[in-house]
Design a binder for this molecule. Structure first.
Ligand code: NAD
Length: 410
């Protein structure tokens, strides 16, 4: 795999514990998928817009075109899943939520409401022809307003960030419980058809992640519970809340456990960024200021898998389209050390930097990878984008952002 060379793939059998899950035993499944399938999604996108088209669609390529800095970024749907009905995306001013709004419009979803607490000019993406609202979803009344007239809810809102943020802000992370709880309550009241919650690999028990050559995590490994303090506990609690809203109130819920999602239009500075974007930024910065050096948190031998945003969106839409109500890993199983991640970004940049290791910096667990046995079995799919290609796209986007900024400040 690219310049890093020695990546490892690890899998483990699905744990018995998972199949003993009471939800599975009771055979609870969701309502019939509220989606329609199209045989030619791109053709439909083009024809829907008529001869004049809309400003967000490139007529020649039939692709949705967005403005990212000075550059045009285009994306193409790679499946035909198109949610039907009116859709709410929360956290739409952030990385995954904004990308999901874009993807839904790309696939031809007609009515998309995008909500975030941030002022509109701070949203990472503002997708044309969507309804955009600024609301604090920790508040029940705001949640009621957000779900009014909505069929499908994708909850991507949370106060979160990379390891540097979540280790220093455990109470803030746990307060996201208000968002999911109030959104569930409002969704139930409003008769929402289906509800998606963005959980995290941080729910997994710490004692299963103590070595860099960790056995990849299966869904059953979340219990007995000992998740990441703060952020992971909130995610695990909110997963349970989704489960009990389905069991007790009949609200159909879907839960994805994302593993380190990265890509263009994500956070790359300010303290909430995650490893791939942070390393891209540091490598670019080292070139801009000529330092020739990079700081790495820990000894760089901790392992992770990183999921490209397109895979995250595809997994999200497939899971929402399915009748799977148990939490499911949505993550790449391509495991690398942080040192290997730096190797890849250096190769993309064509530089070699002196590495300074900060052993006192937040590092999270020692090793983590996604076991995709369950998602392959249930959805016949798993993330496919190789890390090197995803990092290249991410690096190029961040470089263009930082280059822009550097020249603007001259
Ligand atoms: P992000 O920080 O870019 O987006 C989250 C958005 O939620 C932000 O724009 C924020 O303003 C908004 N938000 C926070 N509090 C809010 C409130 N009270 N009301 C309304 N909006 C509020 O994060 P992201 O990377 O896009 O993550 C989206 C979801 O996926 C989160 O739930 C996150 O925990 C989960 N997740 C992300 C990753 C990852 O690697 N990015 C991994 C695992 C899970």
């Amino acid at each position: 795999m690219g310049s890093a060379g020695s990546t490892s793939r690890q899998t483990a059998p699905v744990r018995e514990a998972y199949s003993r899950d009471p939800m599975v035993r009771r055979g609870i499944t969701g309502a019939p998928p509220r989606t329609r399938r199209l045989t030619r999604p791109a053709a439909r996108l083009a024809s829907d817009r008529g001869p004049s088209g809309r400003p967000d669609v490139d007529a020649a390529s039939r692709r949705l075109v967005l403005t990212a800095g000075k550059d045009r970024l285009s994306v193409v749907a790679d499946t035909d899943i198109v949610p039907s009905g009116s859709v709410l995306v929360t956290g739409a001013g952030g990385f995954i939520g904004g990308s999901l709004v874009r993807e839904l419009r790309q696939r031809g979803v007609g009515r998309v409401r995008a909500v975030d607490i941030k002022p509109l000019d701070a949203w990472y993406q503002r997708v044309p022809d969507t309804e955009q609202r600024v609301l604090d979803l920790a508040d029940l009344k705001a949640c009621q307003e957000a779900v009014e007239g909505i069929d499908l809810v994708f909850n991507l809102a949370a106060d979160m960030g990379g390891m540097g943020f979540i280790e220093a802000n455990k109470a803030l992370c746990m307060l996201s419980v208000l968002i999911n709880t109030h959104l569930l309550m409002a969704s139930r009241q409003a008769g929402v058809q289906r509800y998606f919650f963005s959980s995290s690999a941080c729910v997994y028990a710490a004692d299963r992640q103590v070595s860099p050559d960790v056995t990849a995590l299966t869904e059953g490994d979340a219990y007995p519970a000992m998740p990441e303090d703060g952020y992971g506990w909130e995610k695990l609690f909110s997963e349970r809340m989704c489960r009990h809203f389905q069991e007790d109130f009949g609200l159909h819920t879907r839960v994805a456990r994302y593993h380190n999602v990265y890509g263009p239009l994500g956070t790359y500075e300010g303290g909430r960024e995650k490893a791939p974007a942070a390393i891209c930024r540091k490598v670019i910065q080292a070139q801009l200021d000529g330092s020739g050096a990079i700081e790495i948190w820990g000894d760089g031998e901790q392992t992770r898998s990183f999921t490209y945003i397109d895979d995250c969106l595809e997994g999200t839409l497939r899971l929402m389209d399915s009748d799977i109500s148990e939490p499911l890993n949505v993550g790449s199983s391509e495991s690398v050390t942080i040192n290997q991640l730096v190797d890849i970004v250096e190769a993309i940049a064509g530089v070699r930097l002196k590495r300074h290791y900060r052993l006192d910096a937040p590092q999270g667990v020692r090793g983590r990878n996604s076991d995709n046995t369950m998602i392959k079995r249930l959805l016949d799919w798993e993330p496919t984008h190789p890390l090197e290609g995803g990092l290249r796209a991410t690096y190029e986007w961040i470089a263009s952002e930082m280059g822009l900024r550097a020249s603007a400040s001259v």
